[in-house]
Design a protein around this ligand. Structure first.
Ligand code: EPU
Length: 429
């Protein structure tokens, strides 16, 4: 077991290079299954969710060769099974994408229900509705497995009842080699949807409209191999932007697409933070107190739910009352209890949290309740008075590359402690 020890009070300053996008990577790796050639994926973040997806590819029979920390070559031609077992599927949410890609290639897939962060109920009914519309039969099996099978996938029109990233990805994957044209209406518009479409098109697919709420996929018979570089991670960039703002710092966040950050930039500016945009970088500086502000999460291009816990740290230090409304997930405020332990004044009622800003958080033993909340806890530790210990940091490892290295390079006082086997974390320093 490991934990982070964070000494508060540092002002973060300097430059940071953003890694490839987790949520694009975990869609693009399953998409490789559909290829009829060798694929080289670059700017791949070196994170646990990517390792889990590469393990699934190897287990399915693909040849996976690491070129370096951030590039991999995958030959999916030798794939010889269509089953993703529970011990691999439970490690990440995006294991469900192997249903779409295996179905698209072989007409059958058997995948265990996926894992991932716990935000209450995380249904996949819209994914299954899409597969059914394309002509597949969906059968729940024992031990949480789902089998999806068809003789032939045939394009169809699908209206999503919820704007779902996962359903949009999964239907795109299944439809790429289907006969005829598939139209996804009320599709998700996130940057990772566009990145997946670009990767599929680089392999010879015919996907149009990604980034709008209507995506049209004309089925093709074959896909070639491809070399593809993943887009920068919008949420990692936003997280370091918030870290700059929270610590009264000055950080230039490099290797970003500023357009993807607009909703985050807008909120930071509303809070009195200075954000300067360049071609592929943003510089975030704060010299004034943080103004209170209301934030509501929305599907893209709205304020991302995956930035909700990080912005909450800023609201807990703002100069008045702020309201944070979650509209995507039923239960994404589990971390608030941890912030309260640090002195934050927050009341949660369902999907709304009301913050009464305080001048400074105080260190406390806390835990990462999920991936993004874990990063928020690091930011809280950086601004708090005293030494904060953060447990259950394996959540953070799922989605952020070189966490303590990147923070340390900006001047943070953060270190990782490995607890010897059998030692309760509260006994360790
Ligand atoms: N939903 C349904 N039915 C479905 C699918 C989704 O009702 O079949 C509902 C969900 O319950 C939720 C909403 O639709 O209320 C949005 O869910 P979505 O399917 O978009 O979420 P997801 O695909 O499971 C991805 C990201 C999440 C991110 C959400 C929303 C990946 C691997 N995960 O999840 O990212 O919060 O979209 O943007 O892309 C993270 O990176 O920390 C993370 C949790």
């Amino acid at each position: 077991m490991e934990k982070f020890i964070v000494n508060g009070g540092c002002r973060l300053a300097g430059e940071i290079e953003i890694s490839g996008a987790k949520n694009a990577a975990v869609a693009i790796l399953p998409a490789v299954v559909l290829s009829d050639g060798l694929c080289r994926i670059e700017n791949l973040p070196n994170i646990a969710d990517v390792s889990a997806s590469l393990e699934i590819l190897s287990m399915l029979g693909a040849q996976v060769r690491r070129i370096n920390k951030n590039a991999v070559e995958i030959d999916p031609r030798p794939l010889n099974t269509t089953v993703v077992p529970h011990d691999l599927a439970r490690r990440m949410r995006a294991s469900s994408y192997y249903i779409g890609s295996l179905l698209g290639r072989f007409g059958t897939a058997r995948v265990s229900m996926p894992g991932g962060c716990n935000f209450g109920v995380r249904p996949i009914d819209q994914h299954l509705k899409g597969f059914t519309a394309l002509g597949a039969e969906v059968s729940p099996m024992e031990q949480g497995m789902i089998e999806v099978t068809t003789e032939k996938l045939i394009g169809n029109s699908i209206y999503l009842d919820a704007v779902s990233v996962g359903a949009t990805v999964n239907i795109m994957l299944a439809a790429v080699k289907a006969r005829g044209t598939t139209v996804i209406e009320n599709a998700a518009k996130e940057p990772h949807i566009v990145d997946l479409a670009n990767f599929l098109n680089t392999m010879g697919a015919d996907v149009r409209g990604a980034g709008t709420d209507v995506i049209k996929i004309r089925g093709v018979d074959q896909l070639t191999g491809a070399t593809y570089s993943i887009i920068p991670d919008q949420i990692e960039a936003g997280t370091f932007m918030v870290a700059a703002a929270a610590t009264g710092g000055d950080i230039t966040v490099r290797n970003v697409i500023p357009k993807h950050l607009e909703s985050i930039t807008a909120k930071l500016m509303e809070m009195g933070v200075q954000v300067d945009e360049y071609d592929d970088a943003v510089r975030v500086t704060r010299t004034e107190p943080i103004h209170h502000c209301n934030v509501k999460t929305m599907p893209h291009p709205g304020f991302p739910t995956d930035m909700q816990p990080q912005i909450a740290v800023l609201l807990s230090m703002a100069d008045g009352t702020s309201i944070l409304t979650e509209t995507v997930w039923d239960n994404r405020f589990r971390y608030v209890e941890e912030l309260r332990r640090m002195g934050a004044q927050v009341q949660v009622d369902g999907k709304v949290a009301v913050f009464q800003g305080i001048s400074r958080l105080t260190a406390a033993p806390i835990k990462a309740t999920d991936l993004r909340a874990g990063m928020a806890m690091i930011i809280a530790g950086l601004v708090a008075k005293g030494t904060t210990e953060i447990e259950e940091i394996y959540h953070i490892e799922r989605g952020y590359e070189d966490v303590e290295k990147k923070f340390t390079a900006l001047g943070a006082d953060i270190r990782r402690v490995t607890l010897p086997d059998g030692v309760l974390s509260s006994q360790a320093v």
